[in-house]
Design a protein around this ligand. Structure first.
Ligand SMILES: N[C@@H](CCC[C@H](N)C(=O)O)C(=O)O
Length: 293
């Protein structure tokens, strides 16, 4: 039986999403339906789908509420191929904008919205140019797999970083090498991480640090979505990796240039250890109705 899906299309630095609300948690889409929605020729077209569910009406939402009773809404994130992800850095800003636009949440000056995700509760605040999400603690995880990519002459070592979801960051020599990559092909990791990984390729700007801010360029091949114009958690992982390689004198504020725009990354001390925050724009582009089989 077919049904009509009322959705909003949103994007953050060109990473685009189809958002819909399902407050009661009764309308989970199947992986096949997600892939159909994200299809750029036969569907709406998007890098992922975000379902807004009241945390109280979802098992994963119950643990979000236990962590923070203010996390009334849960960001149920799905990649374009119909697989789930724990976190989406661009998506959470667009989701915050969607909650405000729908009247599901309010954001007073100086306050934050608590959002449930599979990686835990994350807080989003408003900034001059959009929103900032505190993505919490990060960790080195996944070792240093060798990465092969189309048009890269030899395999390069990557660095595994978990920011709620898994990433492998690879440093390239220069802009020419970065621009020459063909990310229509999925990079091959050795060893292959069990849960897969988003793979980011980075080059430092010249100079690397300007007025106390580190600057890098990044391209990404996302797990479950392929090459995208931007990946927020990927930008965060890239800045963390470059800081790790650069050593103790490296800054804690970073500006990451991605094909779809610029993202800010800020590392700061919190009560439970070092946190990392991601800032950037969030736009709602249009509303629509899609009939799904
Ligand atoms: N584009 C997102 C990340 C989306 C999930 C990712 N593909 C995964 O499978 O972990 C971002 O902005 O962080």
């Amino acid at each position: 039986m077919s049904f009509d899906l009322r959705f909003t299309k949103g994007q953050g630095t060109g990473n685009d999403f189809v958002l819909f609300s399902d407050a009661e948690g009764e309308n989970e889409l199947t992986p096949t339906q997600i892939a159909a929605v994200c299809d750029r020729r036969f569907g709406v077209g998007a890098d992922g789908v975000i379902r807004a569910v009241r945390s109280a009406n979802l098992d994963a939402g119950a643990s979000a509420l236990a962590e923070d009773p203010q996390a009334a809404w849960f960001m149920d994130y799905w990649n374009a191929d119909g697989t789930v992800s724990e976190m989406c850095g661009n998506g959470i800003r667009v989701f915050a904008k969607y909650l405000l636009d729908q009247g599901f949440a309010e954001l007073h000056a100086g306050a934050s919205i608590a959002i449930g995700t599979r990686a835990g509760v994350r807080r989003v605040t408003r900034t001059k140019g959009g929103f900032e999400a505190d993505l919490g603690r990060w960790r080195l995880a996944g070792g240093e797999p060798l990465v092969r990519a189309k048009q890269l002459p030899v395999a390069r070592p990557g660095l595994g970083i978990d920011v709620g979801n898994p990433h492998v960051v690879v440093a390239l020599a220069d802009d020419e090498e970065l621009d020459g990559l063909d990310l229509a092909y999925q990079p091959i990791l050795d060893p292959v991480p069990q849960a897969g990984a988003n793979v980011e390729f980075v080059v430092p700007a010249d100079p690397l640090v300007e007025e106390g801010v580190g600057r890098i360029r990044m391209r990404v091949h996302e797990r479950g979505s392929g090459e995208t114009l931007s990946c927020g958690t990927g930008a965060v992982a890239s800045a963390l990796a470059v800081r790790h390689w650069a050593g103790a004198s490296a800054p804690s504020d970073w500006r990451v240039q991605v094909p779809g725009g610029v993202l800010g990354v800020r590392m700061f001390a919190a009560d439970d250890g070092e946190h990392v925050a991601l800032s950037g724009p969030a736009e709602l582009v249009f509303d629509g109705v899609l009939t799904l089989a």
